[in-house]
Design a protein around this ligand. Structure first.
Ligand SMILES: NC(=O)c1ccc[n+]([C@@H]2O[C@H](COP(=O)([O-])OP(=O)(O)OC[C@H]3O[C@@H](n4cnc5c(N)ncnc54)[C@H](O)[C@@H]3O)[C@@H](O)[C@H]2O)c1
Length: 383
């Protein structure tokens, strides 16, 4: 076995996603398992360079995990020929500029979504990466959730017959920050800082719908700000200028209709923080983060509407659990592995900056639909 070190500049590791999911649960987890075996006698050994604005915070993380390299100088890191990959999990508004520099410097790039704040910027990134011949990937973690992997298995196995509709319910209560601290960063609630639930969640819904059921052909959305004032990390009140809930209807290629509610102002009366119900002519399924339950046509009860008598059936009991039949790794790590194989072993990879741009496009058109009060076609984008 030869060990090949791959040096990854990780920008934004002091943040929620950058630290927990990407550094600890993905890159450090890969090191704990001895690196990534490429299957050709090579083991990739990821060597992160922690990049950011606050040196003391980076050094603190490096010490906690026994890492050697930190930097606050993006340009210097990008000028270093020893750096193979640039990864970005900064706040959304800082992403496009940093990614542009990294691609221009000839680095392979892997990034959180949304890739940019608008479609033009997202497409420009995809085109630049294509012209420069670098490899590029965008985080699409939801598709790797155990519940959605099981749902995909059902779709691939033809369980549903003709798929009619998809109902998604995502959200939970995010505290305003006054009497209990908010559990999400305050920039998420300020449009001027790249916040908003549409730009955050519609990119996820784009690839989930696209990969499982068909490309989104049109969108009709109503985005709103239910909670107009919140309190930030310092306990200071601020105006919540970004949308914190969005109610969307999506027409899909192949004819299914999807309807997804996304909200940070909803209290959870569900089994999981996101759930999708899929109804098809042959059967239905309800998938969440981890679980997936089905009801086949042959086992569908016959409910009869009669408000004069109390319900005698426990409807949830009429569904059957889909077994795991596999061990599911952390989704972020699974996707890092695919991307590293793409970079170092040329494995095929389609979750790229063009796919990322589709997510940005859906968010942009969703917001336009809401502002104009109409349904909007989603044209297919090309490089
Ligand atoms: N894939 C997912 O499920 C998922 C979930 C949440 C967030 N995200 C995305 O990840 C990115 C980071 O989100 P987060 O929740 O980790 O945010 P966060 O606020 O916790 O972290 C932001 C990071 O960006 C850095 N940063 C750089 N420039 C900054 C600036 N001008 N102002 C403030 N911080 C700056 C911060 O230091 C920090 O390291 C966002 O683009 C978001 O859309 C993805």
């Amino acid at each position: 076995m030869t060990r090949k070190t791959v040096r990854i500049a990780m920008n934004g590791v002091t943040g929620r996603m950058g630290y927990r999911q990407h550094l600890v649960r993905s890159i450090l987890a890969l090191r704990e398992q001895g690196g990534l075996d490429l299957g050709d006698g090579t083991v990739l050994w990821p060597e992160p360079v922690l990049l950011g604005r606050r040196e003391h915070a980076l050094r603190e993380i490096a010490e906690r995990h026994g890492l050697d390299h930190v930097s606050t100088d993006l340009d210097a890191v990008l000028a270093d020929p020893g750096i193979d990959i640039y990864f970005d999990s900064q706040v959304t508004s800082a992403r496009e500029e940093a990614l542009t520099k990294a691609i221009a410097a000839g680095k392979h790039v892997y990034t959180e979504k949304p890739t940019a704040t608008g479609l033009d910027g997202a497409l420009a990134l995809a085109r630049l990466a294509h012209d420069k011949g670098v490899k590029h990937g965008v985080v699409q973690d939801k598709i790797f959730l155990p519940g959605l992997l099981k749902l995909k298995r059902l779709v691939d196995g033809g369980f549903f017959g003709r798929i009619l509709s998809v109902r998604g319910e995502f959200g939970y209560w995010v505290f305003e920050g006054d009497w209990q601290p908010a559990q999400r960063p305050s920039w998420n609630y300020r449009a001027e800082d790249g916040g908003g639930i549409v730009v955050d969640m519609f990119p996820h819904w784009e690839y989930v719908l696209h990969e499982l059921f068909g490309r989104v052909r049109s969108v009709q959305a109503l985005a709103t700000t239910h909670i107009p004032q919140r309190w930030d990390e310092q306990g200071k009140p601020y105006d919540a200028t970004a949308d914190d809930a969005a109610y969307g209807v999506f027409e899909l290629e192949g004819g299914a209709i999807a309807q997804i509610n996304s909200s940070w102002a909803v209290r959870v009366h569900r089994d999981e923080l996101v759930e999708f119900q899929v109804d098809g002519t042959e059967g239905s399924a309800v998938a969440g983060l981890r679980r997936c339950r089905v009801q086949h046509r042959s086992a569908t009860p016959r409910p009869v509407w009669n408000p004069d008598v109390p319900a005698t059936e426990v409807f949830r009991d009429q569904w059957q659990e889909v077994p795991d039949n596999a061990e599911f790794d952390n989704g972020f790590k699974a996707q890092w592995e695919l991307f590293l194989r793409h970079v170092h072993a040329d494995a095929p990879y389609h979750r790229d900056l063009l796919a990322g741009a589709r997510g940005v496009q859906l968010a942009e058109l969703g917001l336009r639909s809401s502002a104009e009060g109409r349904r909007i076609d989603v044209p297919e984008i090309v490089l």
